[in-house]
Design a protein. Structure first.
Length: 198
């Protein structure tokens, strides 16, 4: 079934972080905790879903010359909605994510999906694609954030894990993000290679 294939490709085969290496700037910056990973992932998923939907609807009405600027305006509209919602209902998360919420506008993952998929496919498949890529991005950010939080703060989602464990503060710093993402990409590639061989 094509719908299932389109959905799962964003999670596994075309995962934005582990396979396509897209959106790495917010991934490195905000994944100091699992909560931040979930928050950023859900915000990006909402923007991706909204922009894919609108781009798929208006694709035939937009002249080719202004296609990209138009997509950016659409994406910026949804980013503004997310930012206002987070400021109103999740001020602590908004403060933690800071500048990286408005920077979703220039996230190549979102613009790339609008250009490469939504502008060439119907509304239904554009929504399925957005959900799959959004879920893949959210899972990747949450996993990275959880690992960094476990090793760097001895907690996950703010709950303490092992009593007496000495946290390695290195993991909540930028080098810890690079190391965590590098190891996870290597594991992802090894699994992918093994699956191709079988």
């Amino acid at each position: 079934m094509r719908a299932w294939k389109e959905f799962t490709k964003g999670i596994i085969k075309e995962n934005p972080v582990f396979v396509m290496a897209l959106g790495l700037c917010p991934t490195l910056a905000v994944t100091t905790s699992a909560v931040n990973g979930v928050g950023m992932g859900l915000a990006s998923t909402f923007v991706l879903l909204g922009s894919n939907t609108v781009v798929s609807i208006i694709k035939k009405m937009v002249p080719n010359k202004v296609r990209i600027p138009m997509y950016i305006v659409v994406i910026a509209t949804f980013v503004t909605l997310v930012q206002m919602f987070m400021k109103a209902y999740f001020p602590a998360l908004d403060k933690a994510l800071g500048l990286f919420i408005p920077l979703i506008v220039v996230n190549c993952m979102i613009l790339g999906r609008a250009e490469a998929f939504a502008s060439k496919n119907n509304l239904f498949y554009s929504i399925i694609d957005a959900l799959g890529v959004g879920v893949g991005f959210t899972l990747a950010l949450t996993l990275i954030g959880a690992i960094r939080e476990m090793l760097g703060s001895n907690s996950v989602f703010g709950m303490q894990l092992v009593e007496g464990f000495q946290p390695m503060g290195f993991f909540v710093l930028a080098p810890g993000a690079f190391l965590t993402i590098g190891v996870l990409i290597a594991i992802f590639k090894a699994i992918e290679k093994k699956n191709k061989e079988n």
